[in-house]
Design a protein around this ligand. Sequence first.
Ligand code: UDP
Ligand code: MG
Length: 338
Amino acid sequence: MSTGTSTVATNPIDNVRRGADCAVTALIPCYNEEACIERAYREIAAELEHFTECEILFVDDGSTDTTLEKIKAFAAGDERVKFISFARNFGLEAAFSAGFKYARTKWTVQLDADLQSPPAEIHTLLDKALEGYDIVFGIRLNRRDPWLRRMGSIGHQLVAQKLLGIKLPLRASVFRLVRTSVARRIVETNLRSPYFIATAPLVGARYIAVPTKHQARVAGVAKWNAARLISHAMDLWIGFSIRPLALVHLTAVVAAIASTVLLALLALGWIGPTAIAVATLVLGSAAFLGLGVLSRYMIPALRVRSELPRFYIRETNIPIDQADDLYGSEQPWVGTAQ
Ligand code: UDP
Ligand code: MG
């Protein structure tokens, strides 16, 4: 339960967030972000000066550049800095899962290493959360991403709203502040893609969205290609709904009726072989599309990926109580960076 209120928790004169009720972990997943990680650390660390209790938790998602070395250097000079480094690139959702599992404050806010979500907006999210919410999503009103990506994202969210009945405004982003205990519940559902917008209602979370600013990436390149984005979108549609299966069924019925009608028209001589060839192509494509949908549903059943752990930690400066999360039998490096 939220106990503080923004007026009590914030001193309006120095804008300081005091005590455990406002304690926040800035969770920053990083994958090959050497071009922006220093600026990100500087800006996030400066913003967190307003908090008497906080931590900055970097999750290095198997970077192959100098990202991890840079993070270790931050940790050497700032005891608020914690890090978890994965054995390989496990993906953004895995990075979030690890972060929520090991964050030690009441609230966790997800930030990007490229500073697309401005750290100053943490206050906007926290003020709302202190009104009694478990999750506050940031809505990107002026989203600074390529237009194709923006359109794709809105299309994806529209499908999700229709398929899953999610009552969340379009343009909600991964810039969100979450009550850490609730985030853990979501992670514990052990879904491979614990989509917050879909899982939050399932665990009974109280959530809301507020407008936040959005910026262009400060440096480096975005890590998502089209294939990865589509696969991620399918995880939501198929992982949380069986309506696509009903659509496949409906398509089969429509195709059977259409085929019968076309054959009758051909027999009557009302249409020629060209029309039948076109119809065959259309129906054939629909059949393969249906097969594609079915095969997506079979992935978890085949357990090709689902028996793998969501992540392995190779190196960290926080005590890890779950030995299962560690890579191999060796203990990871634990302690304060020197
Ligand atoms: N990221 C990650 N693992 C990945 C891909 C991305 O940890 O496999 C991190 C990345 O370093 C960044 C955040 O997720 O901090 C958002 O990634 P990006 O900026 O590439 O995505 P976009 O903003 O285009 O959605
Ligand atoms: Mg980005």
